[in-house]
Design a protein around this ligand. Structure first.
Ligand code: ATP
Ligand code: MG
Length: 202
């Protein structure tokens, strides 16, 4: 057998073993449930990943909800796309970043009013996927009662998926989540002086 044929054969055997292993793991995962997905960390990609899952869900015809707890300076493409979509109920907190309002009382009032929309969605069994974008900050800043938030998440319909984003997720959220990813900042163009780019950043 020449070198090339031997290499192809070894590759085929390795792939057969890999396939057997993966097929076994796929067969073993036989549970369906509403997942709590937590996307945290200081790198870019948390909200855009959450909206990627929203796009997938809408593509499958699932009823979805979005609650954005921090309103950015720029109107996000995802809001323009999904705001009037018949399958998506979209709520955005009516204040800007907390370092822009600089008013704790006003921030708390807005957080509590915005959370009420999240609670309505979390109680609605017809809503299959909910994005709670930047929710972690509401807990870190102490704007929302953590017990209330955790209870509402725990008591939601069993088949409802929830995706939470934001830096510095607290330990209690990590514990109740099914899937947790930490996006790590390796580098970000903003730190080299590149301003926010339409489509990529908002
Ligand atoms: P994205 O919405 O792009 O997925 P994100 O949700 O992971 O970002 P946030 O902390 O919510 O990140 O920040 C939102 C905005 O800040 C986006 O415009 C994003 O490009 C930018 N950003 C995210 N991470 C960093 C970083 N490490 N340094 C500078 N800017 C960042
Ligand atoms: Mg974000």
């Amino acid at each position: 057998m020449d070198h090339d044929t031997g290499r192809k054969l070894r590759h085929k055997r390795a792939m057969q073993r890999k396939k057997a292993h993966i097929d076994k793991r796929i067969a073993a995962a036989d549970v369906d449930k509403g997942l709590l997905v937590l996307l945290t960390g200081d790198g870019k990609g948390k909200s855009s990943s959450a909206f990627g899952m929203l796009a997938r869900s809408v593509g499958h015809g699932l009823r979805c909800g979005v609650v954005q707890f921090i309103k950015g300076q720029w109107e996000c493409g995802e809001q323009m796309l999904f705001n009037d979509h018949p399958l998506v109920e979209f709520h955005v907190m009516n204040t800007g970043f907390t370092w822009e309002t600089q008013d704790r009382e006003k921030d708390i009032e807005a957080a509590v009013a915005t959370w009420a929309h999240a609670v309505d969605l979390l109680r609605d069994p017809a809503v299959k996927v909910i994005v709670l974008d930047e929710l972690t900050y509401m807990l870190t800043y102490g704007y929302l009662d953590p017990t209330e938030v955790l209870d509402a998440l725990r008591e939601r319909p069993a088949d409802q998926h929830v995706i939470i984003t934001g830096r510095n997720a607290n330990q209690a959220l990590v514990e109740i989540a099914d899937t947790v990813s930490e996006v790590k900042d390796i580098k970000h163009a903003f730190n080299s002086g590149v301003r926010v780019q339409k489509g990529i950043d908002y």
